[in-house]
Design a protein around this ligand. Structure first.
Ligand code: AKG
Length: 291
């Protein structure tokens, strides 16, 4: 296991914070470049307020959401019921492999490269991010799983000390279709400290309720957008309910995130980097050597 992965998965918040600083100082030059590229992004008309650690937007607030939702729905329909699942998640949250089906004109990729999202991620993470993953998730919502890494229970993501995940509901989500639940960053911090939280050991509802109160349950029509720091905010979803859920997921990581290699290429979309796209987009796609 790489040191970064070890720190990500096996250590607690104080060790992770120290390792973060060490990694930044070891890779100062590369980091400076990511910061400079991020500064070149023009300020968009919509600034997403991530002070609580998450934000919920309506489909109309971002360009290209309906097109991305339609593309996700047709990728899902084309997949067929017997298609193999990716090993990343369990049957209650099936990751549909789409990275190889994406091209530069994909509505999903255009949404992930949207200037408003890139600006928010850059401002929040402190450097131009890498779009480390772009995926569709199908939640059948038929059963509670029993394994201990279960994201049906409240947990934090271990990839880094902070990150941004964007979830776009590609089907209507009611209380009965395994909605995403989240606890803001302030209350999550208290919860993490008081439970001496261990990555990959989800917390029980009763503990969460007692120490942090009610989570925000996010329901909404297809196209509802959730922008969330899943490393700082406890979250869960895809619990059993009357209907299934289809969700688009995008993960933006700091270029020196624990789970990414220190050099290029980084992430699942680096194969899409092309000469002519420019340094900024190629960096986000995961290969800043190409411009
Ligand atoms: O909505 C869900 O099923 C939870 C997803 C989750 O925990 C994650 O992608 O980090």
């Amino acid at each position: 296991m790489r040191l970064g992965e070890y720190v990500a998965k096996r250590t607690r918040a104080p060790t992770r914070a120290v390792y973060r600083v060490v990694r930044a100082s070891l890779h100062r030059r590369a980091l400076r470049r990511s910061i400079e590229l991020g500064r070149a992004l023009p300020e968009p008309p919509l600034r997403i307020d991530l002070t609580p650690g998450f934000a919920v937007l309506e489909a109309e607030q971002l360009a290209g959401v309906p097109e991305a939702v339609r593309e996700a729905q047709s990728l899902f329909a084309a997949r067929g019921v017997d298609a193999p699942l990716t090993p990343r998640k369990n049957t209650y949250l099936q990751h549909i492999p789409i990275a190889s089906a994406l091209h530069l004109d994909s509505a999903l990729l255009r949404l992930a490269l949207d200037a408003t999202l890139l600006y928010a991620a850059t401002e929040y993470l402190g450097a131009l991010p890498v779009l480390s993953s772009l995926f569709c998730m199908h939640s059948p919502n038929v059963a509670l799983a029993v394994d201990r890494y279960n994201s049906q229970a409240f947990h934090l993501d271990h990839d880094d000390t902070k990150q941004l995940k964007v979830f776009v509901y590609a089907s209507e989500v009611t209380r009965d279709s395994g909605p995403f639940h989240i606890i803001d960053a302030g209350r999550s911090r208290v919860l993490e400290a008081r439970t001496r939280y261990h990555y990959r050991c989800p917390l029980g509802d009763e503990t969460v309720q007692r120490l942090a109160g009610h989570p925000r349950e996010i329901v909404g029509k297809a196209g509802t957008v959730i922008v969330a720091d899943t490393s700082r905010c406890f979250h869960m979803g895809s619990r059993p309910g009357a209907s299934a859920r289809l969700t688009i997921g995008m993960q933006y990581l700091h270029p020196l995130a624990f789970e990414l290699p220190s050099g290029w290429p980084k992430g699942e979309l680096a194969h899409l980097a092309r000469p002519g796209l420019g340094a900024l987009i190629n960096h986000v796609l995961g290969d800043a050597r190409v411009h």
